[in-house]
Design a protein around this ligand. Structure first.
Ligand SMILES: [Zn+2]
Length: 181
């Protein structure tokens, strides 16, 4: 996914999930979770706690790819894949989520610190989106060499590409090249 592509943010806290999935740019191989320094710069840009060990980030990379699998499953509005459920449960445990009440209703808040607080925010955002129905719009680009997280704003909820002008166009050109003579 080229950095210059237009981006529609996901609503509210769900944008944290989309941004987290996109800490890996599959096309360029850039991984903001590759080491503590890379993570600190990504987290710092977003006002998140920048502290993490290499082991914390190994957990984070697994969580991220489990989320990506769920974002791919959202094309078919399939339920959460088993590996995603396992990863979200593990992240919820690490971040020690607690129910807190607000005038708008109950929310889940991480009571863990450091990177676990970030993982907790992600779990909380996924839980809220599953309840309010926005979850199935969060998808990973259908192009195998991309899989960039994007929020599908199409009325029909059938968006497939992170960007129509880039991955959508490439798919169209590939179909054209492979057409029957
Ligand atoms: Zn794409």
């Amino acid at each position: 996914m080229p950095a210059s592509s237009p981006v529609t943010p996901a609503p509210g806290e769900l944008e944290v999930v989309r941004a987290f999935v996109n800490t890996l740019d599959i096309e360029s191989g850039t991984d903001r979770l590759r080491d503590p320094a890379a993570w600190a710069s990504w987290a710092g840009e977003r006002g998140l706690d920048p502290r993490a060990t290499a082991a914390d980030l190994r957990f984070g990379r697994d969580l991220r790819e489990a989320l990506r699998a769920a974002l791919l499953a959202n094309h078919d509005r399939a339920p959460l894949p088993p590996e995603t459920i396992e990863a979200l449960d593990a992240a919820a445990n690490r971040s020690r989520l607690a129910v807190r009440f607000t005038p708008d209703g109950p929310t889940l808040r991480p009571t863990g610190t450091g990177v676990d607080a970030v993982y907790g925010r992600i779990v909380s955002a996924v839980a809220a989106a599953l309840v309010d129905g926005t979850w199935s719009r969060l998808k990973a680009c259908a192009a195998d060499d991309c899989h960039w997280g994007f929020y599908d704003t199409s009325r029909s909820r059938t968006g497939q590409w992170c960007s129509m002008s880039i991955c959508g166009n490439r798919a169209k050109q590939a179909r054209w090249r492979n057409r029957e003579p």
